[in-house]
Design a binder for this molecule. Structure first.
Ligand SMILES: *[C@@H]1O[C@H](CO)[C@@H](O)[C@H](O)[C@H]1NC(C)=O
Ligand SMILES: *[C@@H]1O[C@H](CO)[C@@H](O)[C@H](O)[C@H]1NC(C)=O
Ligand SMILES: *[C@@H]1O[C@H](CO)[C@@H](O)[C@H](O)[C@H]1NC(C)=O
Ligand SMILES: *[C@@H]1O[C@H](CO)[C@@H](O)[C@H](O)[C@H]1NC(C)=O
Ligand SMILES: *[C@@H]1O[C@H](CO)[C@@H](O)[C@H](O)[C@H]1NC(C)=O
Length: 524
């Protein structure tokens, strides 16, 4: 009786707020809500240059969760959800969701409040997380001066900083202007919130707490974070009560570092700049890239842990607009899945999309046909599965920090036990070679490249010398770290159990151990 009351009250509890530690084991699929999937599965034309709504929405996402989950993602990041400027502007329609008008209404192009709740429920039923994008820095107007009365609830001019547009030179010289002047232009001013005003502050903090609760949101991605004073953010993050990751668009780890104190973490923009520069041609410098990662490990609040790691997003040209060499693409795509932070994949990368700068990089995914047999879909699937297997095989996989064992202009060997990742920017006509004397494997251990299921043996010192082909990356793991019955190189895997079977077994064992201990204490 008591047990059943206890049990039913536990089952009735809402989902627990997801902390940074809950997120660190996750893998995120970022999508543009308007461009991911239509509710009826239709494939309307969607010319990115037109910058118009194309018809994707929450119901469409719900219908396509299998596609995302089949690749091994267990979280999605969707576009901002609130009501935006309506109609055509000098930069088209607000299909991306970043032009807020009313923070207490939803953007009904994407669905109703019930639809957003259904998406949240559908995700949670699959043990997946929902991350919502939010814009706090500004509201969008279609005239200058803005009609402040059209904003809700911030309908007073005093809710905003006085108008002045940020100049290009301010970014390096005047942080006050970056924080207090306005983004946008005369045609589409982005009215900058007065985030020093007590009413504005408390309205935002109440709002984010309510938004998270109303839709059972697990994580918040925050737009234009460097445009708001740093000490605004800790209270906002606390009010959100879940993992918060900020967009701090900058290539310098020292500039980004303080924001990792103010929020759970930041999107890893410094890594992004050097990742794309390092891998887009064999003239890139991977040693430089490694230095930036090491700088981040030292500078950020939790090292690179909790940082959002990405190769593409909606604000930057897709990697395949920089190079079409599939070996380079595969190398660069491998990075987010083998490093200390949280992997993020921008929708469409897996389908080989190659759009350049915004708006070209916001293609409709339905035009791809969602094929799951494409090479990059398989690549992502393997990387997600290998990451899960690594964490199941070694309990400190997520908490330990990676090391560069080799870092030259053209080659990297990255150790994050039980993984050793070998990357190169030599390109698809090359035959890369990596010599890693102390790779951290056991003497003569049987090791497999999970991307090709090619087996090699470590030498007597646990080192490896590997000759690659076609400029491809390799992710080496001991065969004993791959679960039997799993999806990663099943014919070679010698790990005892699949990861889910194992974690269940550990729980059961833990429970019986606790019971035995309780008995032992009771009888001692
Ligand atoms: C939207 O407005 C812009 C600028 O006024 C104009 O160039 C464009 O053709 C308009 N687009 C549509 C679809 O009306
Ligand atoms: C920085 O920008 C602010 C806002 O525009 C301005 O008031 C201030 O004079 C600028 N400071 C410098 C040193 O230029
Ligand atoms: C949350 O729900 C309450 C109750 O329906 C509503 O008053 C409030 O405006 C909602 N807030 C947000 C941000 O959705
Ligand atoms: C970093 O960005 C600044 C502009 O803010 C630019 O001047 C500089 O060249 C960039 N550094 C690198 C290494 O890309
Ligand atoms: C590559 O970067 C490293 C580390 O930053 C530097 O020492 C080296 O000179 C660079 N190599 C080339 C060819 O630019």
């Amino acid at each position: 009786m008591l047990t059943s009351i206890l049990l039913s009250s536990i089952l009735a509890l809402p989902a627990l707020a997801a902390s940074p530690d809950d997120w660190r084991t996750r893998s995120i699929y970022q999508l543009v809500t308007d461009r991911f999937a239509t509710p009826d599965g239709s494939s309307p034309t969607c010319n990115t240059e037109d910058r118009r709504y194309c018809g994707g929405n929450y119901k469409g996402i719900i219908n396509k969760l299998d596609y995302i989950q089949n690749m091994g993602f267990d979280a999605i990041w969707i576009s901002p959800v609130v009501a935006n400027v309506e109609g055509n502007t000098s930069l088209g329609e607000a299909f991306h969701g970043y032009w807020t008008q009313d923070i207490n209404k939803l953007n009904d192009h994407f669905g109703s409040t019930d639809d957003l709740k259904s998406l949240s429920d559908a995700l949670h039923k699959r043990n997946m997380y929902l991350m919502v994008d939010v814009v706090v820095n500004h509201m969008a107007a279609t005239s200058n001066p803005p009609n402040f009365g059209s904003f809700a609830p911030f309908n007073q001019q005093s809710n905003f900083h006085p108008e002045c547009f940020i100049q290009a030179s301010d970014y390096d010289n005047n942080q006050t202007a970056v924080e207090q002047c306005w983004l946008g232009d005369e045609n589409l001013p982005l009215a900058d919130m007065n985030t020093e005003d007590q009413n504005v502050i408390s309205t935002w903090n109440t709002w984010i707490g309510d938004l998270v609760k109303n839709y059972t949101i697990d994580g918040v991605r925050i737009d234009t974070v460097k445009h708001v004073r740093k000490d605004f953010w800790p209270d906002f993050a606390k009010a959100a009560g879940v993992y918060t990751v900020g967009e701090v668009l900058h290539n310098d780890t020292n500039y980004v570092a303080p924001y990792t104190q103010a929020l759970s973490a930041a999107l890893d923009y410094p890594a992004y700049f050097f990742l794309t520069a390092g891998f887009q041609t064999s003239n890139g410098n991977l040693s430089n890239f490694a230095s930036v990662i090491q700088a981040g490990q030292g500078a950020y609040n939790n090292g690179e842990h909790y940082m959002g790691s990405f190769l593409e997003n909606h604000d930057n040209p897709r990697f395949q607009s920089l190079t079409q060499d599939q070996a380079l693409v595969k190398n660069a795509m491998t990075w987010p899945f083998i490093q200390d932070g949280i992997p993020i994949l921008y929708y469409g990368q897996e389908q080989g999309y190659a759009g350049g700068n915004d708006p070209a990089n916001r293609e409709a995914l339905w035009l791809s046909g969602y094929g799951e047999d494409k090479p990059l879909v398989q690549h992502v699937k393997t990387l997600n599965a290998a990451r899960k297997a690594a964490a199941a095989a070694k309990s400190d996989f997520h908490t330990s920090s990676l090391q560069f064992l080799v870092s030259t202009q053209n080659n990297l060997a990255i150790s994050k036990p039980p993984m050793l990742t070998l990357l190169t920017n030599e390109g698809s006509t090359s035959t890369p070679q990596w010599s890693v004397p102390n790779a951290g494997f056991s003497a003569n251990e049987e090791v497999v490249d999970v991307l090709t299921c090619t087996k090699i043996n470590a030498d007597a010192n646990g080192g490896v010398t590997v000759k690659g082909s076609g400029g491809n990356p390799q992710v080496l793991m001991p065969t004993s770290a791959l679960p039997k019955g799993g999806t990663v190189c099943p014919d070679l895997a010698t790990g005892a159990q699949s990861s889910s079977a194992r974690s269940l077994a550990v729980q059961v064992l833990g429970t019986s151990l606790a019971a035995v201990l309780t008995l032992a204490i009771a009888f001692s």
